[in-house]
Write a protein that binds this ligand. Structure first.
Ligand SMILES: CC(=O)SCCNC(=O)CCNC(=O)[C@H](O)C(C)(C)COP(=O)(O)OP(=O)(O)OC[C@H]1O[C@@H](n2cnc3c(N)ncnc32)[C@H](O)[C@@H]1OP(=O)(O)O
Ligand SMILES: CC(=O)C(=O)O
Length: 533
């Protein structure tokens, strides 16, 4: 059986705190959602603002393969003729073949928010739906607060959706607008409405009890055939139902047909695209698509996963476009170290693996953390295995910050290193100490290693690791770097934040030099004429 997926990231998603899509963002996302295979894309609320109204004009220029774009609006104002209602005029002006109308279900909302009678609300619903139908639109009807209305006054709640059906709505979507309903209640009400109405039923849940996904699935099990939600669960208050989890669960756990055959493998990609577009951080523990969703840290887990991933994975990560990761930490056992050092073929040397494991545990005890610093771990392994030869020798560094009342602080770093038999002594200014050190170190090294120009530092995180010691506490600095092909993390720990940054920075540069020499052939560019790796 096929379940229709209705995405409201561009409308309800943008009602989430901190979410604001530009017109260009909205058009880009429309194209991506279409490519991903979404059936209906709710593009916005044309009455609300000029950007949304403009979107519906601009979107007509896009050639979409599959998705249908939907405009959203509310039922006519009380005691207003449909032809004179500005909301309906804006909705129809959007020019979409499908419109979604939201109307009131809960009697309390009708009397206290709309300030009208129960009968007038029924007329508002039926008139509005019928009018849009007469204008040639397919109409979806969002029954706002359906489940609260059902609890308070089920007869009236049912009359409101019957009015929408009378008006000609093709699908009635039951909304858990306040997100406070439990799954059994959702299932019971959906089944009851399904028995009472001739049209298709949909579900639209909010996540205030962290149940929006479970509630949406319960509704489908009770007969709903359309699911509304947003990518990554963006939306008002605690958000909407997360379509990422809904799509994966419908397809993989229940075997429903959803979207297109290739959509599932693109789930991780679309999730991350929306985070990027919304300028939000990824949620690493997000089910199915988070970077930790298939990350194994506990030594016992890694041991078993090496034998068969199904021992600690409910699905194969590639089914949703994600990947398995093995994390190194103080919780690692020999199997983790073995897996992470596979490329060095150290499996025969149990003593060395134990030495590396002990070193990781000691360093983590001293404040290091290798989970996000796999490049520093790689250098540690090289050193322990005798595979490390320095690309340069660090002789000295100095950082100076000058600040007077006349101008903003100026940071200057000086670095002295030996490369082969040459000494390089360089100076650089920067936005801050790390930026200045990075600049000076590169100035010193780039003439010998030009490919360092390809890399850049993309993230810098600092954390106090033993806060009770006050200013003598150690700090951990994690730096993320990237070049055209890879992203890597390095770590440094010290009582001095600049020294911790320097350690992480040097690791980052050394890792890049080793990485390039390993891909291009051992020894390339190495001042000693070749490394053993
Ligand atoms: C559950 C949902 O998420 S529904 C979507 C909610 N989304 C938004 O509110 C975002 C976009 N909203 C907006 O841009 C504005 O609120 C607008 C343009 C829709 C309306 O703006 P305004 O006319 O200034 O009204 P305002 O926002 O103050 O109040 C809402 C009005 O809608 C009326 N209203 C609310 N729901 C309905 C409905 N289903 N049918 C008819 N009228 C309704 C209210 O009674 C109120 O009208 P009143 O001031 O005449 O009493
Ligand atoms: C329609 C809608 O967004 C809601 O009821 O939550």
């Amino acid at each position: 059986m096929r379940i229709v997926i209705y995405d409201t990231t561009l409308r309800d998603g943008s009602q989430g705190e901190g979410v604001n899509f530009s017109l260009q963002d909205k058009l880009l996302l429309t194209r991506r959602l279409d490519e991903f295979g979404i059936d209906y894309i709710e593009g916005g609320y044309p009455l609300s603002n000029p950007k949304d109204a403009e979107y519906f004009q601009a979107v007509q220029e896009l050639t979409l393969r599959h998705a249908r774009v939907v405009a959203f609006g509310m039922t006519r104002k009380k005691h207003t003729a449909v032809e004179d209602d500005t909301g309906l005029r804006a909705l129809l002006g959007a020019g979409t073949a499908v419109v979604t109308l939201v109307g009131k279900t809960w009697d309390y909302h009708v009397t206290h928010v709309l300030g009208t009678t129960l009968d007038e609300n029924l007329r508002m619903i039926e008139d509005s739906v019928r009018y849009c139908r007469r204008q040639g639109r397919e109409v979806f009807y969002d029954a706002e607060h359906f489940f609260d209305g059902w609890k308070a006054n089920p007869d009236y709640a049912l009359k409101t959706v019957q009015a929408a059906a009378e008006g000609g709505a093709s699908t009635i979507i039951l909304c858990d607008t306040n997100g406070g309903t439990m799954p059994e209640m959702i299932a019971e009400a959906v089944a009851a409405v399904r028995r009472a109405l001739p049209c298709a039923i949909g579900i639209h849940c909010h996540n205030d009890c962290d149940l929006a996904v479970a509630n949406s699935l319960a509704a489908v099990r009770a007969g709903a055939t359309q699911v509304q939600g947003t990518i990554n669960g963006l939306g008002e208050r605690c958000g909407n139902a997360d379509l990422i989890s809904i799509i994966a669960n419908l397809a993989l756990k229940y075997g429903y047909e959803v979207l297109q055959p290739s959509s599932l493998q693109r789930l991780t990609e679309i999730s991350r695209y929306v985070y990027e577009l919304a300028n939000m951080n990824f949620r690493s523990n997000q089910p199915f698509v988070g970077s930790s969703a298939f990350a194994h840290k506990g030594g016992m887990h890694t041991h078993a996963v090496n034998r068969d991933p199904a021992t600690y994975e409910h699905i194969r990560p590639e089914m949703v476009g994600n990947e398995r990761r093995i994390l190194v930490s103080e919780l690692s056992g020999h199997s983790t170290i073995l897996t992470k050092t596979m490329k060095y073929r150290l499996h025969h040397d149990k003593a060395l693996l134990t030495q590396i494991l002990n070193q990781v545990q000691d360093l983590e005890n001293a404040g290091y953390e290798f989970e996000a610093a796999e490049a520093s771990f790689d250098l540690l392994v090289k050193k322990a295995a005798g595979l490390y030869r320095p690309w340069f020798e660090r002789l000295a560094y100095r950082v100076n910050i000058e600040h007077d009342s006349e101008r903003a602080p100026v940071t200057e770093a000086t670095v002295k290193v030996r490369i082969g038999d040459q000494i390089a002594h360089t100076v650089s200014e920067g936005d801050g100490p790390v930026n200045a050190l990075d600049g000076a170190l590169r100035k010193a090294l780039t003439p010998a290693y030009p490919r360092l120009q390809e890399m850049q530092l993309v993230d810098y995180k600092v954390r106090v690791v033993n806060a009770r010691e006050g200013t003598a506490a150690r700090v951990r600095v994690v730096i993320e770097s990237r070049d055209a092909t890879d992203v890597w993390g390095t770590v440094g720990v010290s009582e001095n934040i600049i020294e911790a940054s320097w350690l992480a920075l040097v690791d980052s540069i050394e890792y890049k030099l080793f990485k390039d020499s390993e891909t291009e052939g051992a020894g390339r560019d190495h001042p000693a004429g070749g490394s053993d790796v």
